[in-house]
Design a protein around this ligand. Structure first.
Ligand code: NAD
Length: 468
């Protein structure tokens, strides 16, 4: 049994109560995580506040070196943590699964360690000198989802620490074990209190909600659903907390008529089905020109049939189960509805347990729930269009605006259309390919703020303008 403790002020804290974490591939209990009380959260915030002056006062190059060492530590423990991710999240070890996630975590940590925000002089003349300084905020509260548990934790933790803040992280109750273990490992290199973790299934208290309102936390970085993001924003208002909200998406891909269906099928497939579609910036609606609609459908079906799905801990799988029952039921509802109004090209009926087959549905009306709602699972609607203006309008007809993509042999034309999509990131001839030096975040109800690169690091700071 994999039972882990919280790390609070550098100590391992078992908690008064625990909750079970299940393997979505089998339903078996993987291990237990502590169920934090509000007193545990207070202790974690107090430890972070106590550690903050020392951590913030470290010379910048020493903090950079400490963060680089954290990246190295993640590399040393990558296989151990990858197995934990697979056991509690369900994604396969190989392919674009948990080893890939750990590679990403290490790459993001390493790149973030190398970033800096030097003081800028914006005026220096006979009238005076004006300097712009980035200063850490204090305690950053991180709240993470279950889809990429460790990579997203690293996206929150590393820039916060690099900028001189201390952190309290709360992972999803579906995937707490990999974060508990990661934080314990990173703590071997950090002063006590700089990085703390609390876990909860919300039975004793809603710890995420308590973090949003907590007087001792200066900023929340939240990745999760739009509904919870709204609650975080409401909770944060009275204390005027700084916020980065990375929320849901309903990304559209647009295939222009000059594409070769066979050449783009693999890219389209993984753009939509990476991590079983349980990815914020996965393609969730695919608009294909009438002239090649049927050929793209055929090519996607043919490629999808080659992708093995099964228990992720067995080498050779490329897709695993859906992570949890609530998400499974949502996908099942959307697909059952789509099957009534559209043509199911592949999949459709749930398999055993939480396994849901790759599902492709065509001929749906524009207002079908599978098109309008974020499915966050392995089901893709393919929508025929006749005129690119119609496709751009449909892509933009969404409350979300996380990502989008345009597919064409004419890169300039694709870029021109890409610029017209209302979303924070847009790709040409690929989808969802994020990287640590390129700012990422949403527009409209997909949230606000940016992660990654200098812009992401700056969001972990307050600006101070000094008139010398
Ligand atoms: P969720 O909103 O249900 O949960 C996210 C986190 O919030 C969990 O840790 C949860 O315990 C916590 N939480 C629950 N109630 C809370 C409250 N009242 N206040 C504060 N925190 C609370 O999301 P999820 O189901 O874990 O993740 C899936 C969603 O996340 C999808 O919508 C997906 O698109 C989105 N997501 C977005 C990004 C991005 O970068 N934009 C990345 C990954 C996932």
């Amino acid at each position: 049994m994999l039972d882990f403790s919280m790390t609070i002020g550098g100590r391992q804290v078992a908690g008064r109560d625990v909750f079970a974490v299940h393997n979505p591939a089998s339903g078996a209990v993987v291990g237990h995580a502590p169920n934090a009380t509000l007193a545990d959260l207070d202790a974690a915030v107090a430890a972070a506040r106590a550690a903050f002056p020392g951590w913030a006062a470290l010379p910048d190059d020493q903090r950079a070196a400490a963060c680089a060492a954290l990246a190295g530590k993640l590399g040393e423990h990558a296989e151990e943590i990858a197995r934990l991710i697979t056991l509690e999240q369900g994604k396969p070890l190989g392919a674009l699964g948990s080893r890939f996630e750990m590679g990403g975590a290490q790459a993001w940590a390493g790149h973030t360690a190398s970033l800096s925000l030097p003081m800028a002089v914006i005026q220096d003349d006979s009238a005076g000198r004006i300097e712009l300084h980035h200063k850490p905020i204090g305690v950053v509260g991180s709240i993470t989802p279950w889809n990429w548990p460790v990579m997203i934790a690293i996206w929150h933790i590393l820039p916060a620490l690099r900028a001189g803040n201390c952190v309290v992280i709360k992972p999803s109750p579906y995937t707490p074990l990999s974060t508990l273990r990661t934080v314990a490992i990173l703590n071997t290199l950090l002063p006590p209190g700089v990085l703390n973790v609390v876990t909860s299934d919300d039975r004793l208290a809603n710890i995420g909600a308590a973090m949003a309102t907590h007087e001792g936390i200066g900023k929340i970085v939240f990745t999760g659903s739009c509904a919870t993001g709204t609650r975080v924003m409401q909770g944060a208002a009275p204390t005027m907390k700084r916020l980065t909200l990375e929320l849901g998406g309903n990304d559209a891909g647009i295939v222009l008529p000059d594409c070769d269906p066979a050449a783009i099928a693999e890219g389209l497939f993984w753009g939509a089905f990476i991590n079983n579609g349980q990815t914020c910036a996965a393609m969730k609606r695919l608009y294909v020109h009438d002239s090649l609609h049927d050929a793209v459908c055929d090519a996607l079906v043919a490629y999808a049939r080659t992708v093995p799905m099964g228990d992720g801990i067995v080498e050779g799988m490329a897709l695993g189960p859906i992570n949890n029952r609530m998400q499974f039921d949502k996908v099942a509802r959307l697909v059952a509805d789509a099957a009534r109004d559209g043509t199911v090209l592949l999949g459709g009926a749930p398999d055993d347990g939480l396994f849901f087959p790759v599902t492709l549905v065509a001929d749906l009306p524009a207002d079908a729930p599978l098109i309008v709602e974020e499915q966050f699972g392995p089901a893709l609607p393919i929508i025929r269009y006749h005129d690119v203006e119609e496709a751009v309008a449909a892509a933009n007809d969404s409350d979300n605006g996380l990502g989008g993509s345009v597919w064409s042999r004419d890169a300039d034309r694709a870029r021109d259309i890409a610029l017209r999509l209302d979303c924070g990131s847009v790709w040409v001839n690929r989808h969802g390919a994020i990287q640590p030096n390129a700012p990422f975040g949403g527009v409209k109800r997909s949230g606000f703020g940016r992660e990654f690169g200098e812009q992401g690091l700056a969001e972990m700071t307050e600006l101070q303008t000094v008139f010398c």
